[in-house]
Design a protein around this ligand. Structure first.
Ligand code: 4AD
Length: 458
């Protein structure tokens, strides 16, 4: 169907005086004595295009007025009020009628209500804007890495190993319910299954990413990760999109530099590319959002050692729900205190106790902490988790044995430490957490088209 994107009509005043064809859904409509007005949106731009109908023209407009109706409109682009453009309609075709039970009748709905209709909420300003920013961010991330000689690799989603070792894997099976006694034990059950052994959905592409980095030097993955953690919070999804760069010949400070530079770069791109959307979020979602982001990209991120973070938290005088002791994992309330109250900006926390981090992280000379880093941002908490990896074969084996891990499934991973091992590291950025931070949207369920969370699959 030949037509012009509404975004182009707004972008290019060269259309002024020309006849164009536009398509879209009716967002609002109103009548006056002699005129009818329709706000049309085709999803390419946040602002709606006003269609002006002169009732005397004889255009059959009544069927085009109900909210949600899809239209094709032929008309002339004219200057509207306050310097914008609008269309004087000459011909209107209803592509799809929309009955009064269409749920998006009101101008504003609660986010909870909209979550019940993921198939329609994209037709609201908020979700429309979020989706567009999400798309720009994804492309900016790809561009960022491509311009810096990173190779984009695709790691498997079905895996036999639990990368983070935290037992949060969804099982992949073709054998469903089995009556008692069908399999003598779990081993027999898994042996009868599709892969002949236990398989699950990957929680991270890191281990395979390390394999790729050991031949291509600089790689990144950008795909879904799956976590079966039963945490019903505003920042956890069971299926989230994960960006994981992995770099050879790199130590922890290099990993941090990369994370800071990348986050700042992609935020800059969104601010420059999506002014309408960002102004909308600033006005309706989080007042001061743009200033906050400008502030973030114009300052160095703070760096705080874990041990120092614990001291700061203990001396804060705050009452936290989760008690703070050296050795504890930082909870969201602690992360937010550190980045919002202490440093008031994005903060790297480094060198965590080895017991609370994964087996693959490089052991520090103190023998107690590992070269791990989390990036905490005000409002959201952790958006990045990364580390320098243990490149020493003996130390890696020792760390795995300390955790009672079976070495056999990791023989390839261990080989990387036998054949030309190099210092290397990387991080994982939760894509939806980044979008939350950039848009100010407080619930992760509202930055992905179909959120998957415990107990909820639409
Ligand atoms: O800190 P995590 O668990 O680290 C890893 O997976 C490493 N393998 C990354 C690496 O070094 N290559 O997860 C990394 C990030 C978190 O900081 C968070 O932003 C996001 O992934 N994340 C989630 N996002 C949404 N829902 C969840 N359930 C998430 N779990 C982690």
């Amino acid at each position: 169907m030949k037509h012009t994107d509404i975004k182009e009509i707004f972008r290019d005043h060269a259309f002024l005086g020309q006849q164009v064809t536009v398509c879209g859904w009716v967002r609002t409509s109103r009548n006056s004595k002699t005129m009818a007005f329709i706000a049309l949106n085709d999803g390419t731009s946040l602002p709606h295009l006003q269609i002006v109908i002169d009732k005397a023209s004889g255009i059959a407009y009544e069927d085009a007025m109900p909210l949600g109706t899809s239209l094709k409109v032929v008309g002339t682009v004219v200057e509207g009020q306050n310097g914008g453009v609008e269309i004087n309609a000459e011909e209107i075709t209803v592509l799809g009628a929309c009955p009064p039970e269409y749920p998006l009748q009101k101008k504003r709905h609660t986010l909870e209500f909209l979550r019940t209709m993921p198939h329609l909420r994209g037709r609201t300003n908020l979700f429309n804007a979020v989706q567009r920013v999400r798309s720009i961010l994804a492309q900016a991330i790809h561009e960022y890495f491509r311009e810096r000689n990173f190779v984009y690799v695709n790691t498997p989603l079905i895996t036999g190993s639990d990368c983070e070792g935290a037992g949060e894997m969804f099982q992949v099976t073709t054998i469903g319910y089995a009556p008692d006694g069908t399999y003598p034990d779990a081993e027999a059950y898994y042996a009868a299954d599709f892969f002949g052994k236990r398989a699950g959905l990957s929680v991270s592409g890191q281990l395979e990413g390390e394999v790729a980095a050991m031949s291509m030097g600089k790689i990144y993955t950008f795909g879904p990760s799956f976590r079966a953690e039963n945490s019903n919070t505003p920042k956890h999804l069971a299926e989230f999109w994960h960006i994981e760069p992995e770099v050879a010949f790199a130590e922890l400070p290099d990993v941090m530099e990369l994370a800071e530079d990348m986050v700042k770069h992609v935020i800059r791109v969104v601010l420059d590319t999506c002014p309408d959307e960002m102004a909308f979020f600033d006005q309706y979602v989080e007042k001061g959002l743009i200033a906050r982001l400008e502030d973030l990209i114009s300052h160095d991120f703070a760096v705080c050692d874990y041990t120092e973070a614990i001291r700061l938290l203990k001396e804060s005088g705050e009452t936290f729900q989760y008690p703070v002791e050296w050795g504890c994992d930082l909870q969201t309330e602690h992360e937010r205190y550190i980045s919002e109250k202490v440093f008031r900006r994005a903060t790297f926390v480094t060198n965590y106790p080895k017991e609370i981090k994964s087996f693959y992280m490089k052991l520090n000379p103190d023998g107690k902490t590992v070269a791990a880093v989390d990036l905490l941002v005000p409002g959201v908490g952790e958006i990045v988790g990364g580390s320098e990896r243990e490149a020493d074969y003996d130390k890696l084996v020792a760390a795995m044995e300390e955790r009672g891990m079976n070495l056999a499934p990791y023989s390839d991973y261990l080989d990387l430490r036998r054949y030309g091992s190099v210092p290397h590291g990387g991080f994982g950025l939760g894509f939806e957490r980044l979008i939350m931070y950039v848009t100010g949207v407080a619930n992760i369920r509202d930055v992905i088209q179909y959120p998957r969370t415990a107990g909820a699959i639409h």
